[in-house]
Design a protein around this ligand. Structure first.
Ligand code: CP3
Length: 346
């Protein structure tokens, strides 16, 4: 299938584009009334994510409504632990919760490296349906959590400010931590390859909790597994978004991937200097900037675009869009990227 809009793929590969492509992390759902309408007919997030027709429908909503340059498959990073044998619940207003967690060698032994075409087939089916329905309008992004972020949830059992239970294992039983990270990494590689096989045009790794580690531990327990995953995936461009990992930007510049995501704490010019010119950068407007007026959103967006410059940039926020942001503000962000970046490139 020939893509009608492949800006994001060309930008990822470092080719010149007529304008800067734009999408938003967590664009599917949450902010859209059209999403909530579908979601409220069901028992909850998990039913929606495991029903391929509906997952495909909410994946496409932001393309129709927000006019972004890419779709991201509607799913969650936590489908991976579930497929490995650790089911989760999504508690309304509180987030994910795992009734069982991983604490011992025996717990790790019980986990499987699943066959994604069996245990995660509902995601692959959602990808196929989405691709057919998109009919080449925009590329589809597949994704997975980075192994360390998945490890955090599997050991801690829920979200946390510090993930102290999970991080404790890095000090008390580092070997055990590596055994678990090994299984997650193996699962993630086959899962991403299956997403690509099903039609994903680009994949992103979310290391949402990278920023809670000291730099040495980040290298040992997170970065090296990300590197392994990037090296194993050769089929499509890869994006690595490690939130808070400002201390690892130099190494990020050497990763076998095309794009590095920046959060909003990272200075744009400094990041470019540290990461070097061989990577596309993605980001990084503060999600809270979208609480401003439409004019303020446009101003902040233009400032961001000026700092990144006209090439090797994929516009996005510095993290996922917050649930109470008005769709009109997101539209102002998207519109400004398109209009202003087209002028920058003239
Ligand atoms: O980007 C997209 O729009 C695609 C779908 C997507 C979801 N989760 C759907 C979702 C993606 C890419 C994710 C990734 C994800 N999930 C991450 C990494 C990105 C990040 O934000 O750092 C993490 C850490 C999770 C785990 C998770 N899932 C949490 C902590 C929560 C609860 C809080 C929240 O963000 O809403 C979820 C639930 C979740 N995942 C929802 C959606 C649409 C809300 C569920 C609902 O509709 O009730």
């Amino acid at each position: 299938m020939q893509l009608k809009n492949d800006l994001i793929l060309r930008a990822a590969r470092g080719e010149k584009t007529e304008r800067t492509p734009v999408w938003l992390m967590r664009q599917a759902g949450r902010i859209l009334p059209e999403y909530r309408e579908i979601r409220n007919r069901l028992s909850g997030f998990i039913e929606l994510a495991t029903t391929p027709n509906l997952a495909a429908e909410v994946t496409i909503q932001p393309v129709d409504i927000l006019d972004v340059d890419a779709a991201i498959i509607f799913s969650d990073i936590l489908v991976v632990p579930e497929a490995m044998g650790l089911p989760y619940k999504m508690i309304e207003k509180r987030g994910p919760w795992f009734p069982e967690t991983v604490q011992s060698a025996a717990d790790i032994r019980k986990l499987q490296v699943p066959d994604p075409t069996v245990e995660l087939n509902y995601v692959l089916e959602a990808i196929s349906i989405t691709k057919r329905a998109l009919n080449g309008r925009v590329p589809l992004i597949g994704f997975a959590g980075a192994p360390f972020t998945i490890f955090c949830y599997m050991v801690e059992g829920s979200g946390s400010k510090t993930f102290a239970k999970a991080r404790r294992m890095l000090y008390t039983e580092p070997q055990l931590a590596h055994e678990l990270l090994r299984k997650i990494t193996d699962t993630t590689i086959t899962y991403l390859k299956a997403q690509i096989e099903a039609g994903a045009n680009l994949v992103q790794l979310f290391d949402s909790w990278a920023g809670i580690l000291p730099p040495g531990q980040y290298q040992e327990f997170s970065f090296r597994y990300i590197e392994e995953i990037c090296a194993a995936i050769e089929e499509v461009p890869k994006t690595v978004f490690a939130k808070g990992a400002f201390f690892a930007r130099k190494e990020m510049g050497q990763l076998p991937c095309e794009t590095i995501g920046l959060d909003w704490n990272m200075d744009i010019a400094e990041s470019r200097a540290i990461i070097g010119s061989n990577k596309t950068l993605q980001g990084n407007l503060d999600p809270c900037a979208l609480y401003g007026t439409e004019e303020e959103v446009a101003d902040a967006t233009r400032k961001m675009l000026d700092a990144f410059g006209p090439h090797r940039h994929i516009a996005n926020l510095g993290h996922g869009v917050y649930p109470d942001i008005e769709p009109e503000k997101v539209k102002a962000f998207v519109r400004t990227v398109k209009e202003y970046s087209a002028q920058m490139k003239e």
